[in-house]
Design a protein around this ligand. Structure first.
Ligand code: NAD
Ligand code: UDX
Length: 480
C-alpha cells in the first residue's frame, strides 16, 4: 500500500488530502500538523475550516484511509510520498521583508524530513514557493541524506476557497514539475498515477521544476491582474457614467478574453494573490528585471487604490465625516462560502473607517467575533500566519461590535457596507432595514450584488462600485 503523508493540515493540506483519500482507497493518507488544536478539530465534528462539501468527503474516509495526527515524525518516516503544504507567508523582517516569501516553516519541515527518514522519499512542494525553492530543499535533504534518495516534485495547488472540493474533484489541470532525469521522471509518474485515479490524463501536465513553480505565481498574478484591470475601469465608469457590469459583459464576450473573473469589487483579498505577486516581484527584482517587477507591483497598487477609494467614497458621501456614526459591515470574509479572513479587503475598509472614528457593527455568517477582533488589531502581513501561532489580541477594539445577524448590525446605523458577496445578503428585507436605520440611510455595495433601483425606491442613497452615481453622490466632493 502506498503511503502518503502531508505536512500542514490547513486550507490546502486538509481538503486536498481528503479528496486524494476518497478517490484512492488503496492509498493511506496521513495529514500531520504541529498544531494540536487544528488536528483535534480535523478529528472532531467541527472541522477547522468551513468549505462547502468538505464535511461529507472527510466523513467518508476518516479513520479508513485518511488520518489526522500530530505525530509528524512517525508519519513522515513511514511515507513514500510526502506533500509539504505549510504556510509560506510574506516575510515581515530582514532581507526582502514585505515582499519575499518566508520559507521558515518550509525549511523546518525539510530538515525534519531529513532527520527522520529511513527510506527513499518523493517530496512534493504543495505550498506556493518562489522559483528555485526546490533547489534549496534538495540541498537541505541531500546534505543530510544518510544515503537516502530524495526526489523533489513541484505540484502547486490551484484550488480556490469556497469551491475547493469542486476544484479538487474536477481540476482544470494538475501540474507536476520534476527533474528531467530517469529518477525524476519515475517520481513524476508515481505522482501522476495518484491523480490518474480520478483526473483525466490530458489534464495532468508535466513540466520541469522551475516552470511548475513559476506557473503557480504566474497564474495568480494573471488572475489578480484581471481584477485590478476591471477595478481600474470601475473608477473610470463612475467618472463617465458608464456601468462596469455592462462593460465587463461586453468585454468578456470576446472569446479571447472570456467572461470569468471580471467582477468589479472593493478589492481582491485572500491569502494568495497579494503574497504571491509580492513574491513574484521579489523574484523579478533579484533577477534584475525591474520593469517587469514594476508592472506586477501595479496590480497591488490598484488593489490598494480601490480599497481606499471605497473608504473615501463612504466618508465623502456622509458629509465628510463618519465620526461617532454607526456603520454596519455586512460580510468580513475575503469572499463568500469561506470563513477565511486573510487579507480580506474588509480589514482595510474597517481600519480606514475606524481611522475616521466610525463605530462599526460587523456581521459575517462564518467569521467569529474573536477572529474579527484579532484582524482589526493585527499588523499587516501578520494575517497570513495561522491564528494558533498568534498571541491572543491584548484588548478588543472598543469601536467595533460584532452582531449575530444583518438586522442587528444595521439597527440605528447611518450606513451599511456590503464587503462580502454572501448570497443571504441579496434576500434580506431591505424595507425593514431601512425603517430601522438613521436617515439619510446609505448603502455602499462593495460587491455589486444589490439591485440598485430597488434600494433607491425604498429610499436608500446607494453607491455600487463602477455604477452610474446616485444624484446625491454626484454633488459630493470628487473621490480620488
Ligand atoms: P494554512 O496556514 O491554512 O496551513 C498551513 C499549516 O501548516 C498550518 O496549520 C501550520 O500549523 C502547519 N505547519 C507549519 N509549519 C509546520 C511544520 N514544520 N510541521 C507541521 N505543520 C506545520 O495555509 P494554507 O492556506 O493551507 O496554504 C498552504 C500553502 O498552500 C501556502 O504556500 C499557500 O500559498 C498555498 N496555497 C494556498 C491556497 C489557499 O486557497 N489557501 C491555494 C493554493 C495554494
Ligand atoms: C486564488 C486562486 O483563484 C486559486 O487558483 C489559487 O489556488 C489561490 O488563490 P482564492 O484566493 O481562494 O483563490 O479565491 P478567488 O476566487 O481567486 O478570489 C480571490 C479574491 O478576488 C476574492 O477576494 C474575490 O472576492 C476577489 N474577486 C474574484 C473579485 O474581486 N472579482 C472577481 O471577478 C473574482
Amino acid at each position: 500500500m502506498v503511503k502518503i503523508c502531508c505536512i500542514g493540515a490547513g486550507y490546502v493540506g486538509g481538503p486536498t488530502m481528503a479528496v486524494i483519500a476518497l478517490n484512492c482507497p488503496s492509498i493511506e493518507v496521513a495529514v500531520v500538523d504541529i498544531s494540536v488544536s487544528r488536528i483535534s478539530a480535523w478529528n472532531g465534528d467541527q472541522l477547522p475550516i468551513y468549505e462547502p462539501g468538505l464535511d461529507e468527503v472527510v466523513k467518508q474516509c476518516r479513520g479508513k484511509n485518511l488520518f489526522f495526527s500530530t505525530d509528524v515524525e512517525k508519519h513522515v518516516s513511514e511515507a513514500d510520498i510526502i506533500f509539504v503544504s505549510v504556510n509560506t507567508p510574506t516575510k515581515t523582517r530582514g532581507l526582502g521583508a514585505g515582499k519575499a516569501a518566508d520559507l521558515t516553516y518550509w525549511e523546518s519541515a525539510a530538515r525534519m524530513i531529513a532527520d527522520v527518514s529511513k527510506s527513499n522519499k518523493i517530496v512534493v512542494e504543495k505550498s506556493t514557493v518562489p522559483v528555485k525553492t526546490a533547489e534549496a530543499i534538495e540541498r537541505i535533504l541531500r546534505h543530510n541524506s544518510k544515503g537516502i534518495k530524495y526526489q523533489i516534485l513541484s505540484n502547486p495547488e490551484f484550488l480556490a476557497e469556497g469551491t475547493a472540493i469542486q476544484n479538487l474533484f474536477n481540476p482544470d489541470r494538475v501540474l507536476i514539475g520534476g527533474r528531467e532525469t530517469p529518477d525524476g521522471l519515475k517520481a513524476i509518474q508515481v505522482l501522476k498515477d495518484v491523480y490518474a485515479h480520478w483526473v483525466p490524463e490530458d489534464r495532468i501536465i508535466t513540466t520541469n521544476l522551475w516552470s511548475a513553480e513559476l506557473s503557480k505565481l504566474a497564474a495568480n498574478a494573471f488572475l489578480a491582474q484581471r481584477i485590478s484591470s476591471v477595478n481600474a475601469m470601475s473608477a473610470l465608469c463612475e467618472a463617465t457614467g458608464a456601468d462596469v457590469s455592462q462593460v465587463s459583459h461586453a468585454v468578456g464576450k470576446d472569446s479571447r478574453i472570456g467572461p470569468k473573473f471580471l467582477n468589479a469589487s472593493v478589492g481582491f483579498g485572500g491569502s494568495c494573490f497579494q503574497k504571491d505577486i509580492l513574491n513574484l516581484v521579489y523574484v523579478c527584482e533579484c533577477n534584475g528585471l525591474l520593469e517587469v517587477a514594476t508592472y506586477w507591483k501595479q496590480v497591488i497598487k490598484v488593489n490598494d487604490y480601490q480599497k481606499n477609494r471605497f473608504v473615501n467614497r463612504i466618508v465623502s458621501s456622509m458629509f465628510n465625516t463618519v465620526s461617532g456614526k454607526k456603520i454596519a459591515i455586512l460580510g468580513f470574509a475575503f469572499k463568500k462560502d469561506t470563513g477565511d479572513t486573510r487579507e480580506t479587503p474588509a480589514i482595510d475598509v474597517c481600519k480606514g473607517l475606524m481611522g475616521d472614528k466610525a463605530r462599526l457593527s460587523i456581521y459575517d455568517p462564518q467569521v467569529t467575533e474573536d477572529q474579527i477582533q484579532r484582524d482589526l488589531t493585527m499588523n499587516k502581513f501578520d494575517w497570513d500566519h495561522p491564528i494558533h501561532l498568534q498571541p491572543a489580541s491584548p484588548t478588543s477594539v472598543k469601536q467595533v461590535s460584532v452582531a449575530w445577524d444583518a438586522y442587528a448590525a444595521t439597527k440605528d446605523a447611518h450606513a451599511l457596507c456590503i464587503l462580502t458577496e454572501w448570497d443571504e445578503f441579496k434576500t434580506l428585507d431591505y424595507q425593514r432595514i431601512f425603517d430601522n436605520m438613521q436617515k439619510p440611510a446609505f448603502v455602499f455595495d462593495g460587491r455589486n450584488i444589490m439591485n440598485v433601483e430597488m434600494l433607491r425606491e425604498i429610499g436608500f442613497i446607494v453607491y455600487s462600485i463602477g455604477k452610474p452615481l446616485d444624484p446625491w453622490l454626484k454633488n459630493m466632493p470628487a473621490v480620488a
